[in-house]
Design a protein around this ligand. Structure first.
Ligand SMILES: N[C@@H](CCC(=O)N[C@@H](CS)C(=O)NCC(=O)O)C(=O)O
Length: 273
């Protein structure tokens, strides 16, 4: 039986436009979109979708995989219930979820839906943060996919500490041994030509080539909502062996983080965090 502390650590480690009917220049906010009533939205790409009357995002009280969805909802000014499940309640909730995992997105009276990547695109459609232009959407998907690849590269060094059996070790592997393996994995991630600088280099180049400070086009997209939590994770100090200053080595990534964090919806969301 896992202790609560262990379960907390487990889940902690597991783990991102509105428009008026007729946007005016005066109504534009720093996202490049107009601040508007959520009743009907027109994205910069021109979609007009009425948001659902009820939206609930259920996840743990961590950033994790649901943070990109929270950020897209906040940037898009879509009202939603940000339900945070505590780890004590999770054990009884888990068997009632479709696949034993969070996040869940409940739209109006429909059955809850799983998978954060799908939720992000759904919110992207609602808000216009997912471009209607196919080519732009393809580029957004490319960045989102690369972010997922980076998360996958980091995952073994995170999960070895929580679920060693996933990597062929005994599930009761002593903590010191888990840490030892974790240190080796982190050293490999950090070595010259290792995955951390490889991926950060890719992201830096995408920003440099795009030139707007955002990953695709000249305003916020769901790709930016996916990237910010990924970079925040690196800067958080939660990944031992990865210097918290690593992102500072990349001027375009640093500028991106500052730009995103200074958007009113995002700075309000994080408050003093
Ligand atoms: N592919 C899923 C992954 C969901 C997932 O891994 N959820 C983890 C937290 S990040 C979870 O529910 N863990 C608790 C458990 O498995 O008991 C998504 O992106 O939504």
């Amino acid at each position: 039986m896992l202790s609560l502390g262990w379960r907390v650590a487990t889940v902690t480690l597991m783990a991102v436009a509105a428009q008026a009917f007729v946007p005016s220049v005066a109504a534009m906010n720093p996202t490049g979109m107009s601040a508007a009533s959520p009743a009907m939205r027109a994205s910069p790409q021109g979609s007009n979708i009425a948001p659902p009357s009820k939206l609930k995002l259920t996840y743990f009280d961590i950033e994790g995989v649901a943070e990109k969805v929270r950020l897209a909802l906040k940037v898009g000014d879509i009202p939603f219930e940000d339900e945070r499940v505590d780890f004590a309640s999770w054990q009884s909730l888990k068997p009632k979820t479709p696949y034993g995992q969070l996040p869940l997105l409940t739209v109006e009276e429909n059955a809850p839906v799983t998978q954060s990547a799908g939720m992000l695109r759904y919110v992207g459609h609602l808000t216009g943060l997912y471009p209607e232009d196919c080519m732009k959407a393809l580029k957004v998907d490319e960045v989102c996919g690369l972010q997922e690849d980076f998360a996958k590269a980091l995952a073994p060094s995170i999960y070895i500490d929580m679920r060693p059996h996933l990597y062929g070790y005994d599930e009761n592997l002593p903590t010191e041994q888990r840490k030892e393996i974790q240190n080796k994995l982190r050293s490999s991630l950090m070595k010259e030509g290792g995955d951390v600088r490889r991926f950060l280099g890719y992201f830096e180049d995408i920003l440099k080539d795009n030139g707007s400070g955002f990953f695709v086009g000249d305003s916020v997209t769901i790709a930016d909502c996916a990237m910010l939590p990924q970079l925040r994770q690196l800067k958080s100090g939660r990944l031992a062996g990865i210097p918290v200053t690593i992102v500072d080595e990349y001027p375009h990534l640093t500028n991106f983080c500052n730009k995103m964090m200074s958007l009113p919806a995002i700075s309000q969301h994080y408050g003093s965090k």
